[in-house]
Each structure stands twice: as structure tokens, then as C-alpha cells.
Design a protein around this ligand. Structure first.
Ligand SMILES: C[S@@+](CC[C@H](N)C(=O)[O-])C[C@H]1O[C@@H](n2cnc3c(N)ncnc32)[C@H](O)[C@@H]1O
Length: 201
């Protein structure tokens, strides 16, 4: 598992075209959520942003979106795609475990998609603590957790609803959770949306 802690692992995956998660556009569960709902605040962090499609989408909805990744190749692509689209989304090279220290309480919200399942599963509580450090009290965490089933030989490393509920506490309180109506092929029935609020804890 330790190999996924090293940005060189991800650089290598991108270099050999092993990025089978690439959607070429924003994640359908994110798009669908913001079709019916607006979340408060302006500043949104997107950890493990890859080529930044979700960050660009959030920027198009009026948020000041900042994508974070520690692999250079997707960040270079994300910046180029944003420039081409005239998007205000910004991108920063950062290890997501340092997000809370680097940007204390700087964000009104976080969009989590396919970063939770990419990191070392033994570091999930540490990851949530980092996100909690970056979000202001009362701010939100919108997450689409994937894959609910799958091989333990990730990434992606499987997630369970029980584990997500457990690691989000006590820093976040889950307000809503549901199965997204629309997932891309191969992810149907394996994604779970959670809207949680940063507590005072
Ligand atoms: C499975 S990809 C998903 C990318 C993007 N969210 C998407 O859906 O297209 C995981 C991304 O997280 C990044 N990543 C993994 N561990 C990270 C860490 N500790 N800090 C920053 N980025 C990380 C990888 O470089 C990769 O771009």
C-alpha cells in the first residue's frame, strides 16, 4: 500500500496511460447534485483532482475551486484545460495529507471523489483529519465514495459505508446520504454520496 503514498507511483500510472479512472469531464453524481442543490460558501477544495474536470465544473457553478494533486502531469493538464476553457479553477501541487496544515480553515467546502479510494487505506482517518483542518467550522464535505465493492488489491481500494461513517466522526456530521442516480459505466451501484458538515470537534 505504501507505494501509493509516493507521487512517483502516480506519475508512472499517468505516464503509461494507466489512468483508467479518467472521465474526460465532471463526475455525473457531482453534476446531478448541483443541478438541484446549491451549497453555501464560495471556496471549494478538490483533493486528488487529477485533470481537474470536477474543479472546472465547480468553478462554472460560481465557486472558487482549487484542485490539489501531488503528481505533476495531471496538474499540467488541469491548468491547460482550465486556461482553454477560460475557467477560474486553480490548481496547486500538494500532498493531500498536508491540506489542513497548508490551508487552515480556508475552505467552505470540499468535494471528495476518487481520492479516498486512491490513498493508503491505513491513512484514511489521517486524510479526513487533513480535510477537517482545511474546512471552516460549519463548512461542508460532499463526497462520492467509490468503490463500495472491489478487489482489496487497489488502487482503487474498496470503501464501506460503515468505515466512511466511522472515519468522518467526530469532525464531520453526516446530514444526507444516498446512492447517486447516474454513475458512469462500471460504477453503477458502487458509489455512495454523502453530504456532511464540519462540527466544532
Ligand atoms: C484515482 S485518481 C482520481 C483523479 C480525479 N479525482 C478523477 O476522478 O479524475 C487519484 C488522484 O489522486 C492523486 N493523489 C493520490 N494520492 C495523493 C496525495 N497523497 N496527495 C495528492 N494527490 C494524491 C493522484 O495523483 C491522482 O491524480
Amino acid at each position: 500500500m505504501a507505494r501509493v503514498n509516493d507521487p512517483r507511483f502516480w506519475e508512472d500510472v499517468y505516464a503509461r496511460g494507466g489512468d483508467g479512472w479518467e472521465l474526460g469531464g465532471p463526475a455525473p453524481p457531482l453534476v446531478d447534485f448541483f443541478t438541484t442543490t446549491t451549497l453555501d460558501g464560495r471556496r471549494v477544495a478538490v483533493p486528488g483532482c487529477g485533470r481537474g474536470h470536477d474543479a472546472r465544473f465547480l468553478a462554472s457553478r460560481g465557486y472558487e475551486a482549487v484542485g490539489f494533486d501531488f503528481a505533476e502531469a495531471p496538474l499540467t493538464a488541469a491548468r491547460a484545460l482550465a486556461a482553454r476553457a477560460g475557467s477560474t479553477a486553480r490548481f496547486e501541487a500538494l500532498d493531500v495529507f498536508a491540506l489542513g496544515r497548508a490551508h487552515p480553515h480556508a475552505f467552505d467546502g470540499v468535494w471528495e471523489y476518487t481520492c479516498f479510494c486512491a490513498i493508503d487505506p491505513a491513512r484514511r482517518a489521517e486524510y479526513v483529519a487533513s480535510l477537517a483542518g482545511a474546512v471552516r467550522p460549519g463548512g461542508w464535505l460532499l463526497g462520492c465514495f467509490f468503490p463500495l465493492r472491489g478487489s482489496p488489491a487497489g488502487p482503487p481500494f474498496p470503501v464501506s459505508m460503515d468505515e466512511v461513517r466511522r472515519v468522518l466522526r467526530p469532525a464531520f456530521r453526516i446530514d444526507r446520504d444516498f446512492m447517486p442516480l447516474r454513475s458512469v459505466r462500471g460504477r453503477q451501484g458502487r458509489e455512495w454520496m454523502v453530504l456532511a458538515r464540519r462540527t466544532g470537534a
